[in-house]
Design a protein around this ligand. Structure first.
Ligand code: ME8
Length: 655
């Protein structure tokens, strides 16, 4: 009978490039808890997926010469292949470009809109055209784009907003009354003091400057922007808001959202507020794990220092990689990845502790009792302590797993492995085998070893799925009654008379020095490849993306402009501003002066005699001390600036 349900999620990944080992971290952790909960009797729902909308995807796809959908289908296929290789046991994979998700996000938008929690306003920010990004003042670096270092300009656009500010007090109360909702607890202070207390601003949830997104159902010019789309996946995958009686009723609220530390803010402040607004119960827990860092900092494609999980899997196997990630790092903290740390961990824990235990024990049964596991007979002084360690581990493992302390849970299992290895040293079966009178003791020792290995093989199943099966083959068991989790607290279930058969080493010992050299050669080749790719992209002329269009105006707005043709009679540089030219114009039979920011584009002498179009009724202003009465029209094609000139001879006005 099921002990209940357990719903676990990973973030949905941006499929803008291949996933690296850092991305696999959350998924491996989610897989371990999902497998553990299934093994211990829960009805589990494990969700992962991909976050496929937004300008970045549009841009990357374009650069690859593909439509966004074709680009995404290919790369999402690769992500699914990686999860298959890693035997990630997800129950559902949601893509935000799927119809089921798009429809349901629109449903969520409408619910919030009808409730008054979404309203139309104006988004204002500093915009960097080449990077196609809005930045807040605090994000700018010396007033420039923090990404490319180029100039930014103030842009406004009409947008829909979610009333995040309304939930400020409710969030403060929530974290005070229910601190278990976010782990590690230190992140609560960060949320409360750094973000909520200083004041929450309403959240812009639509954009009209690109269209790779889910349409705002009431306004086709807008697409829903990032977080409302992405976060909703956790409930749209369960059918919300269309079908609330099925999976949604069964699995929501989620038991845990596993996320990287940098997106805790979105998963608590924004997500909790959206759920409060929808009247949907909050998650039971959000767990923000740390980052896997390299010596030079974060992994980055352009540095060529990305650790590719596929390379590690090819060299050491899926189980080794999963074990390393879960055992080496403390889940809530950052950790450093180096090849040395990896190889030492694999050698000491997998090759030495586990691999040796199985190979030594199976070999001894083959050598001393012809491959048949004898029944236990005469006990030794060490049996009690061994049996106690083996059968008491599962309670501690359970406690650690419920805290998502994977490293702690694995350490408990390794205590059992090391205890069993110690039992071999304590009982010295090779000495017992030399004395026929000791045969009954030897039988007990051999039985206890194989039975301990059985329990270990069951306990490692959620983490090292393949290895469990390889052990069962060697000790003559099949996946079945004796390999289920419930059996780990009972010692003595292995059927005496069973046969063992030595197989290949579970984890061959690695020659660390040689392997480090091989890995370094691989990385050097990768770095060279990245440097070449960077060089190429730097030398290729960057095609500037289209700047966002300004908000629509009506014909009445347009009618307010008094457009006239004017002849430039003289042009000179502004004495106090490099960018400005001072132009004298003849407009019909009147003269006027206009100051224009076109110095970068035009030689003043060549402008004289040109017939341009001006806005004649613009309120006069002084620009750096010079009067400007109107504005000459110019338009940009994203590359250069062109004057709007008039193809007439008589200089008569048009309006
Ligand atoms: O953030 N170490 O997607 P993403 C540990 N689409 N974790 C790492 C890591 C590293 N070196 N690098 C990345 C997104 N991650 C959004 C999520 S959810 C509604 C939307 C983790 O592909 C990172 O912390 O950029 C995050 O949890 C996950 O990979 C996905 O990152």
């Amino acid at each position: 009978m099921s002990k209940g349900t357990y719903y676990v999620t990973t973030p949905i990944y941006y499929p803008s490039s291949k996933l690296h080992i850092g991305h696999t971290y959350t998924t491996v952790a989610a897989d371990a808890i999902a497998r553990y909960k299934r093994a211990t009797g829960y009805d589990v729902m494990f969700l992962t997926g991909t976050d496929e909308h937004g300008q970045k995807i549009e841009t990357v796809a374009k650069a690859a010469g593909k439509t966004p959908q074709a680009f995404l289908d290919e790369i999402v296929g690769e992500i699914k292949d990686l999860w298959n290789t890693m035997e990630i046991s997800y129950d559902d994979f949601i893509r935000t470009t799927e119809d089921r998700h798009k429809r349901r996000v629109q449903g969520i938008f409408m619910k919030l809109y009808e409730k008054g929690d979404i309203y139309k306003g104006e988004y204002q920010g500093m915009y960097c055209t080449p990077c196609e990004s809005f930045w807040t003042d605090s994000q700018l670096k010396d007033g420039k784009c923090p990404d490319c270092g180029g100039p930014v300009q103030l842009m406004k656009e009409e947008a829909y907003f979610f009333r995040l500010s309304k939930y400020q007090d409710k969030l403060l109360e929530l974290f005070e009354t229910n601190p278990d909702i976010l782990e590690p607890k230190s992140r609560i202070n960060e949320m409360v003091n750094n973000f909520i207390k200083p004041g929450l601003e309403d959240l812009c949830i639509s954009r009209s400057t690109f269209d790779w997104g889910i349409e705002v159902p009431i306004d086709k010019k807008h697409v829903i922007y990032v977080w409302l789309d992405a976060l909703s996946n956790y409930i749209t995958a369960l059918g919300y808001p269309e079908e609330v009686d099925g999976k949604f009723a069964k699995y929501w609220p989620v038991d845990v959202h596993l996320v990287g530390k940098e997106i805790v803010r979105f998963h608590t402040i924004i997500w909790f507020s959206i759920l409060m607004a929808l009247g949907v119960p909050l998650p039971k827990k959000v767990f923000g794990h740390g980052w896997i860092l390299l010596e030079g900092g974060k992994m980055s494609k352009s540095k060529g220092n990305v650790v590719d999980p596929v390379v590690l899997i090819e060299r050491y196997g899926v189980d080794a990689l999963k074990y390393f990630l879960l055992r080496e790092y403390t889940f809530g903290q950052d950790g450093l990845f180096t090849n040395e740390v990896l190889l030492n961990r694999l050698n000491s824990d997998l090759a030495n502790d586990l691999g040796n235990l199985v190979s030594r024990s199976v070999s001894m049964v083959e050598k001393y009792t012809g491959g048949i596991v004898p029944s236990p007979k005469e006990s030794t002084a060490f049996d009690g302590s061994l049996i106690d360690t083996v059968t008491s581990a599962s309670d501690k493992i359970d406690a650690y797993m419920n805290e998502l302390n994977f490293s702690g849970a694995l350490e408990e299992i390794w205590k059992v492995i090391r205890r069993t290895n110690k039992y071999i040293d304590e009982t010295s079966p090779w000495a017992l085998a030399k004395d026929p009178e000791k045969a009954p003791v030897l039988d007990t020792v051999l039985y206890n070893l194989i039975e301990s290995i059985r329990v270990i093989s069951v306990m490692i199943q959620p983490f090292l799925h393949h290895t469990s099966q390889a052990i069962w083959e060697q000790i003559g068991l099949k996946d079945g009654e004796l390999t289920v989790w419930d059996t780990v607290t009972t010692f003595g279930l292995y059927p005496a008379g069973g046969t063992v058969q030595k197989g290949e080493a579970l984890f061959p010992r690695i020659d660390i020095e040689k392997e480090l050299e091989a890995l370094e050669a691989l990385s050097a080749a990768k770095r060279a490849e990245a440097a070449k790719a960077n060089e190429k992209s730097e030398s290729a002329p960057a095609k500037k993306p289209t700047a966002p269009f300004k908000p629509e105006i009506t014909i009445d707005d347009f009618g307010k402009l008094d457009l006239r043709v004017a002849e430039i009679t003289s042009a000179k540089a502004h004495p106090n501003a490099d960018k400005l030219l001072i132009l004298q114009l003849k407009v019909g039979d009147t003269n006027r002066q206009v100051v224009s920011g076109i110095a970068k584009y035009f030689d003043p002498e060549k402008l004289v005699g040109k017939k341009v179009v001006i806005v004649a009724n613009l309120k006069p202003v002084k620009l750096r001390g010079e009067l400007s009465e109107g504005m000459i029209l110019a338009a940009s094609d994203d590359e250069t600036l062109a004057l709007v000139t008039a193809d007439i001879d008589d200089g008569c006005g048009v309006s």
